[in-house]
Write a protein that binds this ligand. Structure first.
Ligand code: HEC
Ligand code: HEC
Length: 396
């Protein structure tokens, strides 16, 4: 398949997106016959099954291929980065950097989000109401030119040729019998691997769903009550089994795409967020959407610092102080302004009194959302040494 991604560099972001959408329409038109395989999501009992695009049903073979690709630096044009260079398993596939740096050294304006239960996400990235499938979203790190992440654009053939090895031929053959290796198949298998990153086994889950009363501490139970209270309001935006409003699955019929301005900025008292990243308004062109970002899942939140779309809050403690203050007051520099008075701020971010003990209790509760096994689960890790030796070049 011929990719015409080059033209992305010239257009504005929404225009580039249009290009991506038409590219995806092409992908769908390929109309593949998939092996009929049932996939084991390893969900908890009675948990809803995530929805996947009809033209990319889950199979274990695709997940296995996607896993190898995710960790393979051959996917970047200059062979310096893989997906795992910005998404570390030990950080729930987030990264301990304020914002990411791409394979050519270009700085991304945003913080790499955790990849946790992405299969349930209604929309992808920090602030885009039109990106609804991982297949579409992955074109950004792979082919995007502003900023360059993996930098494949202009190097398509060179990159594809690197996967023409016995190891990959075998993996591709199992995942997509009778089809020749191309970016369509790479995107599909990477998306399948990302969907397989399911995390539902934290101490909180054992407390809430396995009736294990001792799975979390007294302090965490108090923190949970605060989290779900009308004083702290957290649950309105970070609610449901995935601790985000932005959830979609077989039982969720209402279309919810919630984005909120939380009062992080109010530059020169004009309500503005930094021009480099105005949030949802960049996509919708509606000034009312300035500063609106998606409320992310809070699962595994204790291991994904720094926080917010721009990584501008360093610790969980500081996040809670930010909510208690009802926004952020920046007193010096070009970002100065009192976010607490941002006219577009969501009214639920109204601030509250907070004792030291309450702060500690809320942190204890958020810590119970860490699924330790998810962070070391081998099925999500780089392929084993034996497999690795078959890959031509180094992997992350
Ligand atoms: C240079 C660092 C970097 C690389 C390489 C990278 N990502 Fe990301 N990833 C990010 C950042 C930053 C975002 C947030 C983008 C935004 O909000 O605009 C992101 C967002 C995502 C999301 C959306 C998550 C959500 O919650 O909506 C997924 C899925 C994802 N990346 C998967 C991948 C995969 C798969 C690869 C490899 C093909 C990859 N990423 C490569 C930094 C990176
Ligand atoms: C009005 C909706 C709303 C309410 C209420 C709310 N949040 Fe958020 N939360 C968001 C949004 C939106 C973001 C992302 C903001 C951004 O990046 O600009 C966020 C981000 C976060 C983050 C950082 C996530 C990450 O991956 O970086 C944490 C932690 C968090 N919220 C915890 C809480 C807690 C605890 C409460 C209750 C005290 C709370 N939130 C109340 C909407 C909300």
């Amino acid at each position: 398949m011929k990719l015409s991604i080059d033209s992305f560099s010239t257009g504005s972001f929404p225009k580039r997106l249009l290009m991506i959408l038409s590219f995806i329409a092409l992908l769908s038109a390929c109309n593949e016959t998939q092996q009929a395989t049932t996939y084991d999501w390893q969900l908890r009992e009675n948990f809803p099954i995530p929805q996947v695009p009809e033209n990319n049903p889950m199979t274990q073979a695709k997940v296995t291929l996607g896993r190898a690709l995710f960790y393979d630096k051959n996917l970047s044009a200059n062979q310096t980065q893989s997906c795992a260079s910005c998404h570390f398993q030990i950080n729930a596939f987030a990264e301990p950097e304020v914002t990411s740096t791409g394979s050519t050294g270009e700085r991304h304006r945003r913080n790499a989000p955790a990849l946790v239960n992405i299969a349930y996400n209604k929309t992808l990235t920090w602030a885009h109401d039109g990106l609804t499938t991982i297949e579409k979203q992955l074109l950004l790190p792979m082919f995007g030119e502003s900023p360059v992440e993996l930098g494949i654009t202009g190097h398509e053939k060179k990159v594809l040729d690197r996967f023409n090895t016995p190891y990959y031929q075998e993996l591709f053959h199992k995942a997509f019998p009778e089809q020749s290796i191309d970016f369509n198949l790479i995107v599909k298998s990477l998306a399948s691997f990302v969907r397989s990153l399911v995390s539902l086994n934290s101490p909180f889950d054992r407390y809430a769903y396995d009736q294990d009363d001792h799975a979390i501490s007294e302090s965490a139970i108090r923190g949970m009550t605060l989290f779900f209270s009308e004083k702290f309001e957290c649950h309105h935006c970070h609610g449901g089994f995935n601790f985000t409003q932005s959830t979609s699955h077989e039982k969720q019929l209402i279309d919810r795409r919630p984005f909120h301005n939380t009062g992080l900025y109010n530059i020169q008292a004009e309500g503005g967020y930094p021009q480099s990243d105005p949030g949802l308004s960049e996509i919708t062109l509606n000034p009312e959407d300035n500063g609106r970002f998606r409320a992310p899942t809070l699962r595994n939140i204790a291991v994904t610092a720094p926080y917010m779309h721009d990584g501008s809050i360093a610790t969980l403690e500081a996040v809670i102080e930010f909510y208690a203050a009802g926004g952020r007051h920046i007193t010096t520099g070009k970002l100065s302004g009192d976010g607490r008075n941002n006219p577009l701020k969501n009214p639920l971010i109204k601030g509250f009194d907070l004792t030291k003990i309450e702060k500690q209790d809320l942190i204890s509760f958020l810590e119970t959302l860490t699924d330790e096994n998810f962070l070391i689960d081998e099925s999500h890790s780089a392929p084993s040494v034996n497999d690795q030796s078959m890959i031509n070049n180094s992997i992350h």
